[in-house]
Ligand binder design. Structure first.
Ligand code: XMP
Length: 532
């Protein structure tokens, strides 16, 4: 499995713009820090907490942020920041666990606070002494809302630090050593539940660290194209396209970088949505004029998936079959040394296991974890450093039509992970029809763009119904729609009841094989967006 260390950007110093390095102690919201900093217009990268300082310096950071994390600094062998970072004379901001390890490493004291654990919304008091960290945001003696999540508490701060905010259960809610430009906040400024959080990060990055906010997608596009050329040289690259935003952007980037050294393959897995194959082939041939090999491998995929019910096993089989098909195709179209993947930053972060950066593995995404260990391709993953909305912005810069840019994400394993239990051609056909109706209705009600993702899931459950005068005994279908910014967390979409009612009536009437519709109202966490 790849580690976040292998982001392609790290092959070159990011010297065209100022960079902020975030050291990841494994909090599930760490990547949000990266996002916020980039939203401010400053490039930022997330590195495992134990990255050697020499590697950190290669990025020439103008500031370092220590993230939160699930460990307790009191535990033996709990993670620490490389101690040299405190001698680099660059500003450091510790968040939650990051604050605690900074305190501990610089001579303060942290204890487990049995009675004063704090999770969720909280209010802090801003102290008298003004700090540049809160400049223009929080006045002295106010009580702003923040988001806390901690069990341990700092009880003594290191020499040189002062308290700049506090509350009853957290006397050191924010601390500062203004001279060394070291700051610590016990709360999470990166989450929206700390309403002014982004301004605090802005103060830290722009005012305290003096970063220029000139990082734009246009400049980044040229940088990525340069890096692709450097990585692949004169070799051919094979790129699987699915019609999803990610693979479309990857293909357009590679085309811009290496022209006809790129071979695009559309693999019809038999797990695609209604009309998908025609639309994708049309986009590549007619709009981009990028040659596309269309492989119909549906029989092979369905044969290998026959009787398989375990979700991870489905993903692994699909990942392996993709590679087999790619290898078969390149045997016909000419050898390719590289395989392009539309892996995104969140895929990378979610798939990193506990040993490097301590973020826990949730699903092995086909993009990353589902690929077999042994394959004859080296990977080129030009979107590895980007979040979904950044990929969309990049896609627009590359001239991809808005209709494709705005398409909901569709997972590599396709409908296979939207049919819990075994997959059959009959179930696929039922699901395709129901899904198409749901999506069509979302478009007509102008709700499609309001949702991050919406789809139908065919459940392995039958229920009794009555149609006309006869009894039916058919499948239950779940409708799923979520709002999200990047897929890492999501809320179920509160679609109007009468809209849902209309969709349900249409599906039960028009799709033979479905007798009942339910709406999934689980958010992520604790659920995931897909059912498998
Ligand atoms: P979950 O279900 O993990 O999904 O909350 C988060 C986002 O990722 C998509 N997803 C995948 N994309 N290969 C992909 O390319 C996969 O194996 C995969 N699994 C989930 C999912 O559709 C959602 O947008």
């Amino acid at each position: 499995m790849q580690s976040i260390n292998s982001s392609i950007l790290k092959t070159t110093p990011a010297n065209r713009h100022d960079t902020v390095v975030i050291l990841d102690f494994g909090s599930q919201v760490t990547q949000l820090i990266t996002r916020r900093i980039r939203e401010i217009g400053v490039y930022s990268e997330l590195l495992p907490f134990n990255t050697p300082v020499a590697d950190i310096l290669k990025l020439r950071p103008k500031a370092i942020i220590l993230s939160g994390g699930p460990a307790s600094v009191i535990e033996k062998d709990s993670p620490r920041a490389p101690k040299e970072i405190f001698d680099l004379k660059i500003p450091v901001l510790g968040i939650c666990y990051g604050l605690q390890t900074m305190c501990k490493q610089l001579g303060g004291k942290v204890v487990a606070s049995q009675n004063k654990r704090e999770f969720g919304r909280s209010f802090i008091s801003i102290n008298d002494a003004p700090s540049p960290l809160f400049n223009g945001i929080w006045e002295k003696n106010t009580k702003p809302q923040v988001w806390m999540s901690h069990g341990d508490s700092v009880v003594k701060i290191p020499d040189g630090f002062k308290v700049i905010a506090q509350n009853k259960s957290c006397p050191f809610a924010a601390i500062a050593d203004e001279k060394r430009r070291f700051y610590g906040v016990q709360f999470h400024p990166e989450v929206v539940h700390t309403p002014e959080g982004k301004h605090i990060l802005e103060n830290f990055v722009l005012k305290i660290a003096g970063c220029r906010n000139d990082w734009t997608m246009a400049s980044f596009k040229d940088e990525i194209i340069g890096l692709i050329r450097k990585q692949v040289g004169n070799e051919r690259v094979i790129c699987g396209v699915s019609g999803g935003v990610d693979s479309t952007v990857v293909a357009a980037l590679l085309h811009a970088a290496i022209g006809d050294k790129l071979v695009c393959i559309f693999v019809d897995t038999g797990l695609m949505r209604h009309n998908e194959a025609e639309e994708v082939v049309g986009l590549f041939r007619d709009h981009f004029n990028i040659p596309l090999v269309h492989e119909d491998a549906s029989e092979l995929f369905l044969e290998r998936l026959k009787g398989i019910t375990e979700p991870e096993q489905k993903r692994k089989i699909i990942g392996k079959t993709f590679i087999d098909v790619f290898e078969g195709t390149t045997a016909k179209t000419g050898e390719a040394a590289f395989l392009a993947q539309g892996t995104l930053y969140p895929d990378v972060i979610e798939s990193v296991s506990h040993t490097g950066a301590p973020s826990s593995t949730i699903k092995s995404h086909h993009n990353v974890g589902g690929l077999p260990e042994k394959m004859n391709f080296k990977l080129v993953e030009p979107l590895r450093a980007l979040f979904k909305d950044e990929v969309r912005a990049l896609g627009l810069h590359l001239g991809i039509p808005e209709k494709f840019i705005k398409r909901h994400p569709f997972p590599g394993p396709g409908l296979a992970i939207r049919i819990p239990g075994d997959i059959t051609p009959e179930k696929l056909s039922i699901l395709r029809k129901a899904d198409a109706i749901f999506i069509e209705e979302l478009h007509s009600a102008k709700l499609y763009d309001e949702t991050w993702q919406a789809f139908a899931v065919l459940l392995p459950v039958r229920s009794v119904g009555v149609m006309g005068d006869s009894r039916t005994y058919d499948y239950v279908l779940a409708l799923r729609a979520v709002t999200s910014v990047d897929g890492m967390t999501a809320d179920y979409a509160a679609l109007p009841h009468e809209f849902l009612g209309r969709v349900a009536v249409r599906i039960v009437n028009e799709v033979k094989g479905i007798s009942r519709i339910v709406y999934d109202i689980t958010s992520k966490p604790p659920g995931t967006i897909e059912w498998e």
